[in-house]
Design a protein around this ligand. Structure first.
Ligand code: PMP
Length: 287
C-alpha cells in the first residue's frame, strides 16, 4: 500500500527513510500498535490508541500529537491507501540523537505508520492450529507494547521451526501468554486466562473476549494456570488482533481433546464476528 505516514506527512513508501541514529532502530526505544481494519473501518480503535498512550507513558515518552490528531491521520492513511480488510501498523520512537543509553534531552518522537491488506485467517480459524510450549524468557514489563520483541521472536521462531503457528509461553510452569497473542483454556464451563499483570500484554482482543464470555454464558476466571491445567483443558485457544479467536488443537505433539476446535471456542468465534459486524459493518469472509 503505497502511502505511509511519517509524523504528519503522507509520503510515497519509496520516499520514507529511517535515520541511522533513530533510537527505535538502535535500541528498540519506542512503542507500537496494530489495529485491525474490516471493510474500511478500524475495530476497537479507541482501545488500541489509548493503549499506545499508556505504553508511551510507561516508558516516559511524550507523544507529539493528540489522540484526535492521531485518529485523523490514521483515517486519512486508510483512505488514501483504500484499505478494506487489513491492518494499520503504527509505531512511535524516541527519535534521533547521538547514541547514548539515557534519554536525550532534545529529541522529537517519530511517528510512522503504514497499512497492509491482511485477510482474516479463516481456514486456520476453522481447522485450528498447532502450538508449541516454551520458556518465557522475556523481561518483567510485558504489559508495555514495546518495540523490543526479541524474546517473542525467539519463541515464535522456535514454534515455526517445529511446524507450529504459535508458542505458548510459561514461567516455571505457569502459562503467561503466546509469543504474539494471549492464551486461554476452557475447563468445564469456565474460561481461564492470565490476569492483566506486568507478565502479559493486556490484549485488546482478550478484553473483547472477556466481554463476549458474559454474553454467551461462559464463566471467566482471570487466574494464572499451570502447564498441567493446559494439558488437561477441554479447549485451548489464542487471541490477537490479526488471528482473532484461534483454536489451538495440538500442543507440541499432543492433540487437545479430540483435535478439533471446541464448542465454546466456536461460540466465541461467532460472537466475535458479530461484534465486528456491529462495529465495522459486514465481513468479507466468515468462518
Ligand atoms: N500478547 C502479545 C505478546 C502480543 O504481541 C499480542 C499481539 N500484539 C497480544 C498479546 C494480543 O494483543 P491484541 O489482542 O491487542 O492484538
Amino acid at each position: 500500500m503505497g502511502t505511509i505516514l511519517v509524523n504528519d506527512q503522507f509520503l510515497d513508501r519509496e520516499n520514507g527513510s529511517v535515520d541511522i541514529e533513530d533510537r527505535g532502530y538502535q535500541f528498540g526505544d519506542g512503542v507500537y500498535e496494530v489495529v485491525r481494519v474490516y471493510g474500511g473501518n478500524m475495530f476497537t480503535a479507541k482501545e488500541h490508541l489509548e493503549r499506545l498512550f499508556e505504553s508511551a507513558e510507561k516508558i516516559h515518552l511524550t507523544l507529539p500529537f493528540t489522540y484526535d490528531e492521531l485518529v485523523a491521520r490514521l483515517e486519512k492513511l486508510m483512505e488514501v491507501n483504500q484499505l478494506d480488510t487489513g491492518i494499520i501498523y503504527l509505531q512511535v520512537t524516541r527519535g534521533s540523537s547521538a547514541r547514548q543509553h539515557h534519554f536525550p534531552e532534545q529529541t522529537k518522537a517519530v511517528l510512522t505508520a503504514y497499512t497492509k491488506e491482511v485477510a482474516r485467517p479463516v481456514a486456520d480459524m476453522t481447522a485450528g492450529v498447532k502450538a508449541i510450549i516454551t520458556d518465557d524468557v522475556r523481561w518483567l514489563r510485558c504489559d508495555i507494547k514495546s518495540l523490543n520483541l526479541l524474546g517473542n521472536l525467539l519463541a515464535k521462531q522456535e514454534a515455526v521451526s517445529k511446524g507450529g503457528f504459535e508458542a505458548v509461553l510459561h514461567r516455571d510452569g505457569t502459562v503467561t501468554e503466546g509469543s504474539s497473542s494471549n492464551v486461554f483454556i476452557i475447563s468445564g464451563d469456565t474460561l481461564y486466562t492470565h490476569p492483566a499483570t506486568n507478565l502479559i500484554l493486556n490484549g485488546i482482543t482478550r478484553r473483547e473476549i472477556l466481554k463476549l464470555c458474559k454474553e454467551i454464558g461462559l464463566s471467566v476466571a482471570e487466574q494464572a494456570f499451570t502447564l498441567e491445567a493446559l494439558a488437561n483443558a477441554d479447549e485451548v485457544f489464542m487471541a490477537s488482533t490479526t488471528a482473532e479467536v484461534m483454536p489451538l488443537v495440538q500442543l507440541d505433539e499432543t492433540p487437545v481433546g479430540n483435535g478439533k476446535p471446541g464448542e465454546w471456542t466456536q461460540k466465541l468465534q461467532a460472537a466475535f464476528e458479530e461484534a465486528v459486524q456491529k462495529q465495522c459493518g459486514s465481513l468479507a469472509q466468515t468462518i
